[in-house]
Ligand binder design. Structure first.
Ligand code: PEP
Ligand code: MG
Length: 884
């Protein structure tokens, strides 16, 4: 027997989302609990997957199951498909397991043809309505199924309105609509070489195939990539009998949330329009009424709706987003799903549902996507502000900004430096624009996706960005942008909302992120549940206190090189590098020592009571010297002018050193503890700064916990050598200061060899911190900077990788090495403290892996601490079977 590909709504249930998609499963569930749902059936996601595996056709047996299901629908509606008297019309809608709003295709009013349209007109005694349905159907079918470009129909619509002398579609007369239908049909014949199909069964077959095809369209692919939805789960197709909200003043349609989706407040929130179809509510031509006024319009229907929405919320135990239609005074439910909500609403709803006794704390913490929390930590638009949205692009980098628009990085920099707030608009940005991006409040591009240069750079800088906003037509020559036919010239104030992708006219009031009581309560629950501790990567006292504010329980990584980059220190650092003798170098180091001591003093103080892991210098020394190209230019100039021979001489010496230090592959070069092996005095200076700062703080009565971390260790011998330098220095300082300092010495595990020899290293180290940035590079043999900009996107595009391994930890390869490192390390040192400090430490999927593999903590940037806290708790719930 053929597999079951078709399920009537009465045969399914909510738990069948994998097979029936979210919409199909919920329609089935609503049918099961006795709500008024127009009858229909769902063709499964399995049929969609087979459609692709057998080469764009539905599997055998599908149609044989569709027709009997349709017969059942006919029976329960008392209508017949294609009937000349009482025709059944259906909608054909996509519906994947995860909602992908607007990404795939839908056809409404299917079943109409030259005969059934007459029947519809007669039955409703509304010729205009019938012909309007018919022309909408041909238009949708022509566009979606027959792939005739949308504008072809739009042109005819415009001509029809012009001919009749009206402004709105709704004013078109039956005659105009009939004329449009005949024109549409001609165009379709011309574009496809075939007449528009009159047989409703052929229409249905073609529409189902088109919905399956739309799973793989560009938009859908991009949407899945952005939202981490797998490409191989397919969409279901829902075929449902049509109900009409536009059959007169006793009909209507609307959308409502059971709670406020922007604040989370527990009150019905929604809108509706009488005598309208769903798309009219969305299109914004008529202003919908707030749901409360439905009570005045039709109290009975309103009460039914309130009752159903309460039932749905308690049935699903979550806030619902409900679509309904009223057809001639009868209420129908067309869809329900867990409502999308802002991050702050999500938290409020979850916390209140817990207090209402509806869900447990564990369920509550599973209700929020950890990444959503990021939105709460950026400046954002005042949610009460009235916004004039001009266009929408991709929400590329969260936060919001207002400013005068400029079209070049230079202009952004010029105005930005002069204290102006600017929004930089480009088709897309390149690395050359970086200074302009830095100077701008926000970035807006007309091309490029969520991983475009503008998006990545903006996120990194914590700047709001909207990308791929293709409604923007930029004219660099004229210095203006055209949006929906309106010109906005340089200097016009616009706002962008990087959390939603909206481009808004004028300035918008911004509010600082405030962490609500619910937020704190919620994350408190996460901490109760989580096993992993969350620390932060922070290089300054301010970052450290921010991290503390976000709930970090220590600093897992302080990168000391950032302290060396300080403009005031660079000359001393360079003197240290250029030193010809040990003495000269020690001289320079002696100048750096008090500065480093101050750095560590500040961070240790900010984190009193908690541990602070300070990593010794890591990057190759040439990073602190100028680029050879710049030097060559300067030297050439000095040679031409011949005015400053001393300077020329110094620059030439510098260039020689730069060349001597230059490496073919710096990532694998003279860096990490290899620097300490070559120049132990640098290690000693840093260790001394740490212990002198510690001694001072201890004498001030503070409780501090310094930990010294050796970077890029390859094996035990190297580590022992570095550790001895640190331990000896600690002894010296303790003796000098007559004080006992408790400290730890551990290592980064970021070279595969170190993971493989973790049992050896574990014997002599107090802790391991997996540096998964380098470990990923070295395990996969990928240089991050080269790969991300060049060929990694191709790997993602071609599905060779599901996600960027520098964002989401590669569990199979890098993760395996971590597992080896953890087990070997603990085998020789059961007290070994284990964590991660690569970027992955703040990425939810990777945090889950860290939990599974048995790490003690993750460390991530301060802004991601709340995300990691939540992800750590979710990891426990998702992996309940494993020991906590
Ligand atoms: C790492 O390699 O994961 C790490 C944290 O070090 P860095 O990013 O500083 O190289
Ligand atoms: Mg590293």
């Amino acid at each position: 027997m053929a597999k079951k590909y078709v399920y009537l709504f009465r045969e399914g249930k909510a738990s069948m989302r994998d097979l029936l998609g979210g919409k199909g499963a919920n329609l089935a569930e609503m049918t099961q609990i006795g709500l008024p749902v127009p009858p229909g059936f769902t063709i499964t996601t399995e049929a969609c997957n087979e459609y692709y595996s057998i080469g764009e056709n539905v599997p055998e047996g599908t149609w044989e199951q569709v027709w009997p299901a349709l017969t059942e629908v006919e029976a329960s509606t008392g209508k017949l498909f294609g009937d000349k008297k009482n025709p059944l019309l259906v909608s054909v809608r996509s519906g994947a397991k995860f909602s992908m709003p607007g990404m795939m295709d839908t056809v409404l009013n299917l079943g109409l043809n030259d005969d059934t349209v007459e029947a519809l007109a007669a039955n409703t005694q509304n010729e205009r309505f019938a012909w309007d349905c018919y022309r909408r159907f041909i238009q949708m079918f022509g566009d979606v199924v027959l792939e005739v470009e949308h504008y072809v129909f739009e042109q005819i619509l415009e001509i029809a309105k012009e001919k009749q002398g009206v402004r709105y579609d709704s004013e078109l007369s039956p005659e105009s609509l009939k004329w449009m239908v005949s024109e549409y049909k001609k165009k379709i014949q011309r574009h496809t070489g075939k007449p528009f199909p009159m047989d409703p069964r052929v229409q249905l077959e073609l529409a189902v195939l088109a919905v399956f095809r739309s799973w793989n369209n560009d938009r859908a692919n991009v949407y899945r990539r952005i939202n981490n939805i797998p490409h191989d789960i397919g969409t279901a197709v829902n075929v449902q009998s049509m109900v009409f909200g536009n059959m007169g003043s006793d009909s209507g349609t609307g959308v409502a949330f059971t709670r406020n989706p922007s604040t989370g407040e527990s009150a019905l929130y929604g809108e509706y329009l009488m005598n309208a179809q769903g798309e009219d509510v969305v299109a914004g031509i008529r202003t919908p009424n707030p749901i409360a006024t439905l009570a005045q319009e039709n109290l009975d229907i309103y009460n039914q709706f309130v009752d159903i929405s309460k039932r749905l919320e308690s049935h699903y135990r979550d806030m619902q987003d409900i679509e309904f239609t009223i057809e001639r005074g009868k209420l129908y439910m067309l869809q329900t799903r867990n409502g999308k909500r802002t991050a702050s609403a999500a938290i409020r709803v979850a916390v209140e549902l817990f207090h209402e006794g509806v869900i447990t704390k564990e369920e509550a913490i599973m209700r929020i996507e950890p990444e959503q929390l990021e939105h709460l930590l950026h400046r954002r638009m005042d949610s009460d502000a009235k916004l004039q949205v001009l266009a929408k692009g991709l929400p590329a980098s969260p936060g919001a900004a207002s400013g005068r628009i400029v079209f070049s990085a230079e202009e952004a920099e010029r105005l930005g430096d002069a204290g102006e707030k600017v929004i930089l608009i480009r088709t897309e940005t390149t690395p050359d624009d970086i200074r302009g991006i830095l100077a701008a409040q926000g970035i807006l591009t007309s091309r490029g996706g969520m991983t475009s240069h503008a998006a990545v750079v903006s996120r990194h800088m914590g700047k709001p960005a909207v990308c791929g906003c293709d409604a923007l037509k930029i004219d660099y020559g004229q210095g203006l942008v055209v949006i929906e036919g309106v010109e906005y010239s340089q200097g016009t104030v616009l706002s962008i909302d990087g959390s939603t992708g909206r481009v808004i006219k004028g300035e918008v009031m911004m509010v600082d992120p405030e962490l609500s009581e619910e937020f704190k309560e919620f994350l408190g629950w996460a901490d109760e549940i989580a096993r992993l501790k969350v620390m932060a990567n922070a290089d300054t006292p301010t970052e450290a206190s921010n991290a503390r504010g976000y709930g970090a329980v220590g600093i897992g990584l302080t990168r000391t090189e950032h302290m060396f980059m300080d403009p005031a220190r660079i000359p001393i650092v360079q003197a240290m590098i250029l030193a010809q003798t040990l003495e000269e170098r020690e001289d320079a180091l002696a100048k750096l020592l008090p500065m480093q001591e101050e750095d560590f003093y500040g961070i240790l103080k900010a984190m009193q009571g908690l541990s602070v892991t300070i990593r010794l210098l890591d990057p190759p020394l040439h990073e602190f010297l100028p680029h050879s190209e710049e030097l060559i230019v300067e030297i050439t100039k000095l040679k031409i002018t011949q005015k400053d021979p001393v300077n020329l001489h110094e620059k030439e010496a510098l260039l020689r050193k730069v060349r001597a230090l230059s490496e073919l592959n710096p990532m694998l070069g003279h860096r990490g503890c290899r620097l300490g092996v070559s120049f132990p005095e640098i290690t000693v200076m840093q260790a001394r700064a740490i212990f002198q700062a510690s001694a001072r703080l201890l004498k001030e009565g503070l409780d501090i916990h310094p930990e010294v971390m050796i970077p890029l260790t390859m094996g035990k011998e190297e580590f022992i050598m570095m550790r001895k330098l640190v331990d000896d220095t600690a002894q010296d300082v303790m003796k000098e200061q007559a004080i006992q300092i408790n400290y730890k010495v551990g290592t980064m595990i970021e070279v595969p060899r170190a993971a493989l020899l973790a049992d050896e290293i574990g014997k002599v180290a107090d802790f391991f911190s997996f540096g998964t940035n380098d470990l990923t590079q070295m395990t996969m043999g990928l240089s991050r900077d080269d790969a991300q900009g060049k060929f990694l996107p191709v790997y993602l595009e071609k599905n060779l990788m599901k996600t960027d391994p520098f964002v989401v930890l590669d569990r199979d390869g890098v993760g395996k090495l971590i597992g080896i490192g953890v087990n070997l390390g603990r085998s020789t040192n059961p007290d070994l403290h284990l964590g991660i400090c690569g970027e992955h430490g703040g990425e939810p999927n990777s945090v889950e892996f860290c939990h599974i593999v048995g790490l003690d903590y993750v460390s991530c940037s301060p802004f991601r601490v709340p995300i990691a806290r939540l992800a750590a708790a979710q990891a426990v719930v998702k992996n309940k079977d494993q020991s906590k």
